[in-house]
Design a binder for this molecule. Sequence first.
Ligand SMILES: Nc1ncnc2c1ncn2[C@@H]1O[C@H](COP(=O)(O)OP(=O)(O)OP(=O)(O)O)[C@@H](O)[C@H]1O
Length: 263
Amino acid sequence: MKNETLCHPILTIKDLHVTIGEKKILKNINVSAVKGRVLGIIGESGSGKSMLCQAIMQSLPTFAHQKQGQIFYNDIDLAKLSNEELRKYRGRHLSMIMQNPSASFDSNQTIEMHFHETLKAHFTMNKKEIRQTAIYYMNKVNLPNPERILKYYPFQLSGGMLQRVMIALSLSMQSKLLIADEPTTALDTINQKNILKLFHDIRTETDATIIMVTHDLGVIAELADDVVVMYKGEIIEQTNVYECFDNPQHSYTKKLLQSRIIV
Ligand SMILES: Nc1ncnc2c1ncn2[C@@H]1O[C@H](COP(=O)(O)OP(=O)(O)OP(=O)(O)O)[C@@H](O)[C@H]1O
């Protein structure tokens, strides 16, 4: 576990409420992510984990509304920024690996064009450097023959390959805060292990902050420094990873941990 006394929050969410119609999806969310540490988010399906990630990115679906609250990235409230201002933060500062990669690719653009658009927006790189960077990160996520994949359109790749391209794209921006919403669900076991090793390396070798949403308590045990447990749109437990496993407070957290032992 990284030393928490040396670190300060890069992200602070205060009193966040999100609704869909009359339904309260996120209620009174207060949480911080500390620089250089991994915050794991766990909770049953539908508890609001993805909505929380999207609220942080200020990319909630149009039918969901942030009713209240502040989302500070350092001392900037992201919820107060215009779309144009947000564009400056997305990329080098904040990026998100989503559960469903196909939704975030443009089917009319090759993978190379996606890298080009993304990297050009955040770095001063020429075409050759963009290509080299893309190949470097595609190798990191274990994609075979990256040179060939660059020429492909998203629909020519399998879900697992597209997921890895998305991870490569996100990593290529070297964001200060990386949000990974169940990044390995579309992957087979070998690639899951490889991606988790990659997150492990980012955690130990850089001062990036990672928010990792997962159903897998093994991933939490392996990667997380801090843990948030969500239940029906609320945070019911927030602690460091050792306390979470050794001394869970909430009955739901205890149930989660017990189910892991039984399985
Ligand atoms: N497309 C949608 N239309 C209507 N309501 C939705 C939609 N997506 C999510 N919700 C509502 O938002 C709540 C939170 O959903 P969210 O996707 O954040 O849960 P989650 O914890 O990420 O679940 P999972 O682990 O299955 O991904 C859900 O219970 C649901 O009521």
